[in-house]
Design a protein around this ligand. Structure first.
Ligand code: CA
Length: 228
């Protein structure tokens, strides 16, 4: 999942970026409103974490512009002051959720995962696919109920494919979700992670369409609910 973090406080921004990376997100960090606007115009994000008090272009103004153009991107605002007016302005401008500084990193991650679930139309806590279950909040994957040990990037790759079952994602699209700005993309990295995922979860899960990309087919539901 690729996240745009917009925060002008260097210490806080650095801490949040590190925490989100640890949780498996690819993070681009912009330190002013204009840079953030440019990033939103050129890159594709799954989430936006937005400070309201920003240089060059305020968070509220950025949000108003965003909602006029990219209506669906989930946005969580960070507000320094515990004032109702501040939060109301942000929510009225189109934010989906907010946190008041100082906040707990685990709470931020939990709220971001909740926003992701909502935006993907997932009402459940986890994504089930055949005998595989992925739970974003606990960063856990099980196969037949058994916990699978995945690296952060393997988890992120699987999560992305599971959120778009039936849709072919190119290597470039997947790389975009795995790496933030300034992070060096290892060559063949996606291929290597896919190889490891197949070894851990079974060869049939992820299909390669040579020259096109990768896909996890929609599950053929054989559960009790599908039986008539
Ligand atoms: Ca600020």
């Amino acid at each position: 999942m690729r996240v745009l973090l917009v925060e002008d406080d260097a210490l806080l921004g650095d801490g949040v970026r590190a925490g989100l990376k640890q949780a498996g997100f690819a993070v681009d960090w912009a330190q002013d409103g204009q840079t953030a606007k440019l990033a939103l115009e050129t890159e594709e994000y799954a989430l936006l974490v937005l400070d309201l008090g920003l240089p060059k272009l305020s968070g509220t103004d950025l949000l108003k512009w965003l909602r006029a153009s990219h209506a669906k991107l989930p946005v969580l605002i960070l507000t320094a002051r515990d004032t109702v007016a501040d939060r109301v302005a942000g929510l009225n401008a189109g934010a989906d959720d907010y946190l008041i500084k100082p906040f707990d990193l685990d709470e931020l991650i939990a709220r971001l995962n909740a926003l992701l679930r909502r935006s993907a139309g997932q009402v459940m806590q986890s994504i089930q696919h055949g005998d595989i279950e992925l739970t974003p909040a606990s960063h856990q994957v099980t196969k037949n109920g058994e916990i699978m040990v995945l690296s952060g990037r393997e988890f992120a790759l699987l999560h992305e494919l599971l959120l778009h079952t039936g849709r072919v994602l190119s290597r470039e699209q997947l790389e975009q979700h795995l790496y933030g700005w300034g992070e060096e993309v290892e060559s063949n990295s996606v291929e290597v992670h896919i190889h490891h995922l197949r070894k851990k979860l079974g060869v049939g899960l992820i299909r390669t369409l040579r020259g096109v990309g990768y896909v996890i087919d929609k599950a053929t539901d054989t559960g009790p609910l599908s039986k008539t």
